[in-house]
Write a protein that binds this ligand. Structure first.
Ligand SMILES: [Zn+2]
Length: 281
């Protein structure tokens, strides 16, 4: 068995996937870094640096695997669809089609049996068809989700159940060895941008008292995702755009941010401490 793992080096889901494939199976692994059309050169360089560190760490501490780097170009024009079934709000969704084509090309080239999907609990915030990758429907390839199972595929029949059971980033981080976790504990702003989404996401693990599993549940409930999808009001649900506010609420800062300058500055300091401890400052 051979598996293609899109691996950004900075993302929790893909890092968790790489770690699981390498330590829990004897499958051949191909780690793929994508230079994506919508990312700035500066951000791609930042991601690539973490990819290189992650590959080094994994090869040294687990086992060997292949590495490939590709450019993902925009083939499909911008496309808008409701953030969730019945929602009046739309979002641009062509990037997943563009990425899927690149995955399929590389999967063909490397003759893999399956593609590892980085979709996890927090990704089930949007419409059902974006919540999990269904084998052979989304491309000619099988998809497996390390957030749920390394062996069983998601189908239209089991999708609703899978969405309720997928793990999310917060419990995944807790399961990673410290060396690998230090690599993903980083943000371009280094804690300095007040109200930064990426910093708040990482701070939840750092500052909340809950275990990773408890955090997954707590945050998914706030996001109306996973087993809490039914809590969303379809008329007002605005999906991804609200995530940062929800995270900051859980960190003790209410919206609008203008009224919480002191708390936000304190969180910014705590983020800097977190990056310092992880060796990224
Ligand atoms: Zn940040």
């Amino acid at each position: 068995m051979k598996i293609l793992v899109p691996y950004s080096g900075l993302g929790t889901n893909s890092t968790y996937g790489m770690y699981r494939w390498l330590t829990e199976t004897d499958h051949e692994v191909v780690a793929m870094f994508l230079d994506i059309y919508y990312s700035s050169d500066e951000y791609t360089a930042f991601e690539r640096e973490h990819f290189v560190r992650g590959v080094d760490w994994l090869k040294k501490n687990t086992r060997d695997f292949e590495v490939v780097e590709r450019v993902c170009e925009r083939k499909y024009p911008p496309f808008y669809e409701p953030v969730r079934e019945g929602s009046p709000f739309n979002e641009e969704t062509s990037s997943s089609d563009n990425m899927r084509d690149t995955y399929a090309e590389v999967a063909e080239e490397f003759k893999v049996n399956a593609i590892s999907s980085g979709k996890s609990g927090e990704d089930t915030i949007g419409s059902l068809h974006k919540s999990a990758s269904i084998s052979r429907r989304d491309s000619d390839y099988n998809y497996l989700h390390p957030s749920w199972s390394l062996t069983e595929e998601v189908t239209l029949e089991n999708r609703d159940q899978v969405i309720k059971e997928m793990s999310s980033k917060w419990s995944q981080r807790e399961k990673l060895p410290q060396g690998l976790r230090n690599i993903i504990t980083d943000c371009q702003c280094k804690g300095k941008k007040i109200g930064c989404y990426f910093c708040s996401d990482l701070l939840l693990n750092e500052l909340r008292p809950e275990t990773g599993q408890e955090l997954d549940d707590l945050i998914l409930e706030k996001l109306c995702a996973g087993k809490f999808r039914h809590l969303a009001n379809p008329k007002t649900f605005n999906g991804l755009s609200d995530r940062a506010y929800r995270y900051y609420e859980l960190l003790g800062s209410n919206y609008p941010f203008d009224d919480n300058t002191e708390i936000l500055e304190e969180l910014s300091m705590k983020a800097q401490e977190m990056y310092n401890k992880a060796g990224n400052l």
